[in-house]
Design a protein around this ligand. Structure first.
Ligand code: G3P
Ligand code: MG
Length: 244
């Protein structure tokens, strides 16, 4: 029986404000194996956990993340927009997430923008400082950013995000010329045979973002190595139901 990793997308995004410590805690409570989150750089060089380029959608304030200091970003409430129960929640730094999440839980860090290649060296330094090099997978739609990371720190595990049909998923991974740990396709772009082929070459496959029960069951049956979902509790229940 396939035992995919339960990967909590932006934390338990379906039931808590995305990319906050509350969402990561809920994912952990629901038994996730891994957490996916998104990062940007602040004006003063801190690695910030947030999906969008601005704070407008997910906080009570407005502004461009890269043009704000950490102190300014910390003034925003990142929970109340989702539910008043989460009022007071702040935008976390990646360092705060590393401190919260136990070392046996994998963290999938998604680089949203490399900011003139300033983010990659900062990420390498933080992973080394917090002893997270081996249980972090860094993914991005920007594959050049991932190649730069491999140059800076060859043991970094990198994962290719994509939302197109590459022809051959395996060739997409091997064609980069550096070892690729995992493929992160939109689930619509990959089938059972392609997942099997990638895994047979030692490449993990973590499709995104799968939420409804029927598609979760399909991804399990296809043999995905991990499933990125807004509802880690729901996926955990389905796996338990299947005796996994
Ligand atoms: O990493 C999978 C998924 O998070 C990619 O899309 O927009 O949700 O970051 P997005
Ligand atoms: Mg993401």
């Amino acid at each position: 029986m396939n035992q995919p990793l339960v990967i909590a997308h932006r934390g338990a995004k379906g039931e808590a404000p995305e990319n906050t410590l509350a969402a990561f805690r809920l994912g952990l409570e629901q038994g996730c194996d891994a957490i996916e989150l998104d990062i940007h750089l602040s004006q003063d060089g801190e690695i910030i956990v947030i999906h969008d380029f601005t704070i407008d959608r997910t906080t009570d304030r407005k502004g461009v993340v890269h043009e704000m200091t950490l102190a300014e970003l910390k003034q925003a409430d990142a929970g109340r927009w989702f539910d008043t129960r989460f009022e007071g929640e702040r935008i976390p730094t990646l360092e705060e997430v590393f401190d919260l999440v136990p070392p046996d839980i994998m963290i999938n860090v998604e680089i949203k923008d490399s900011y003139d290649r300033k983010l990659e060296p900062a990420l390498v330094e933080l992973m080394k400082k917090k002893d997270r090099v081996h249980n972090v997978v860094v993914s991005s739609f920007d594959h050049k950013s991932l190649m730069f990371l491999k140059l800076l720190l060859p043991e970094t595990k990198i994962g290719l995000l994509y939302d197109f049909n590459p022809g051959s998923h395996v060739n997409l991974a091997t064609g980069l010329g550096v070892p690729v740990y995992s493929l992160h396709p939109n689930f619509k772009r990959i089938n059972r045979e392609e997942i099997r082929e990638a895994k047979s070459k030692g490449i993990e496959v973590y499709p995104y973002t799968i939420n409804d029960e029927k598609r979760l069951r399909k991804a399990i049956a296809y043999g995905a190595s991990g499933i990125i979902t807004d509802y880690p509790g729901r996926l955990r229940d389905i796996l338990a139901d299947q005796g996994v």
